[in-house]
Design a protein around this ligand. Structure first.
Ligand SMILES: [Zn+2]
Length: 365
């Protein structure tokens, strides 16, 4: 990893993957089942999406490794040529819909698709992610739901660390990058312990896990700041689950390099569209006959061709085209926002950019 330019804590870095070099800060749309909802890989590449994140557990269950291996990996299966991350799926395995029980050895869960039972260990997770062929894979971690007490979170951190050691040992394909994930919920002492643990490990990047899952914005940013202060500076930093434009801009300001979230796609489906003036709720009455585009400052094909009235009509009646147009615009917006962030850090103008961005961002719902 190389830091190309810095402005205070905000960084513009680059790192090498099997699918080329990638510059930070960047945002990854979520492609759980090998697709970003309502967008094809070709559309993602047209937008200029540098990376996506898929879920190795979901792919393992359906369509199964047999299919993905036949295509020599996920890139070829879904025809996406840029960088692919996979998550371990630990988050899903530990939720009630999946979980049977877990212990130091691993996690026992049942597939919500057909009830079939599975045992996942750190070694198994590495094997699965290696076969899927992502460029960057994540350690299996133990992420408790938000609101657990100190002792439960402490146990989860201990398990996360023990599993990370086993993932590092089991990770064979050195061209595939491996990221560690810190845990510790909103308890600063536990977070610090987790940061210190991962700072000493042989991993290619460090992720901040277990944030943006119900805690207050203040607690989330306190934790991000703690990471910015104590995480080693020579590894890329990935904030998992954060995707609202103001949160991204503020997190970049604290030294975060990578983001992923369903926020832009989920919001699009609900008619919340990102514009240069903030979030616009397209389903509002005032747009019923509106001929103007979602955002006249946007260069995407949706804004060049379609009116607010048409998109409202399509979304209101749950037409596939409405979902596609709204999602395309939001992903285009966020990809462009990241480009602007990188450019402004390079030009040492990020402080001014952030101030203007935040004062322009108005949410009207
Ligand atoms: Zn647009």
């Amino acid at each position: 990893m190389e830091i190309l330019s810095k402005e205070k804590n905000a960084r513009n870095c680059k790192f090498k993957t099997r699918h080329g070099e990638i510059e930070t800060p960047f945002f990854m749309p979520v492609a759980t089942k090998a697709s970003v909802k309502h967008l094809s890989s070709i559309e993602l590449e047209t937008i200029g999406t540098p990376a996506i994140i898929s879920n190795s557990l979901v792919l393992y269950l359906r369509p199964g490794l047999e299919v993905i291996e036949k295509f020599k990996g996920l890139h070829n299966f879904m025809k996406f040529h840029n960088v692919i991350f996979t998550d371990s799926g630990g988050f899903q395995m530990l939720r009630p819909a999946f979980l049977i029980d877990y212990n130091e050895q691993g996690i026992n869960f049942k597939s919500p698709f057909d009830g079939k039972k599975f045992n996942f260990t750190p070694e198994k997770s590495m094997e699965v992610q290696e076969k899927i062929g992502a460029d960057v894979v994540m350690c299996l971690d133990n992420l408790p739901e938000y609101g657990q007490d100190y002792e439960s979170v402490k146990d989860a951190v201990k398990l996360t660390h023990a599993w990370a050691d086993r993932c590092i040992k089991a990770h064979k394909d050195k061209k595939q990058l491996l990221f560690g994930i810190t845990q510790g919920s909103v308890f600063p002492a536990l977070r610090k312990k987790s940061i210190e643990f991962f700072n000493k490990k042989e991993v290619d990047g460090l992720a901040l896990g277990g944030l943006c899952i119900g805690e207050s914005k203040k607690k989330m940013f306190d934790s991000i700041k703690l990471h910015a202060k104590y995480l080693r500076k020579d590894k890329v930093r990935y904030l998992m689950g954060v995707g609202s434009p103001p949160d991204i801009v503020n997190s970049v300001n604290e030294g975060i390099d990578i983001f992923d979230s369903v926020f832009p796609t989920q919001n699009a489906r609900h008619g919340n569209l990102f514009t240069s003036k903030g979030k616009l709720h397209i389903l509002r009455k005032e747009f019923f006959k509106d001929e103007s585009p979602i955002d006249e400052n946007c260069s995407c094909y949706v804004c060049k061709n379609y009116s607010r009235a048409y998109i409202q009509y399509q979304l209101k009646f749950k037409e596939g085209v409405g979902y596609k147009l709204a999602t395309y615009h939001n992903i285009h917006y966020i990809t462009n926002l990241m480009k602007e962030i990188r450019l402004n850090i390079k030009e040492n103008n990020f402080k001014k950019f952030r101030k203007e961005f935040l004062s322009n961002w108005v949410t009207k719902e």
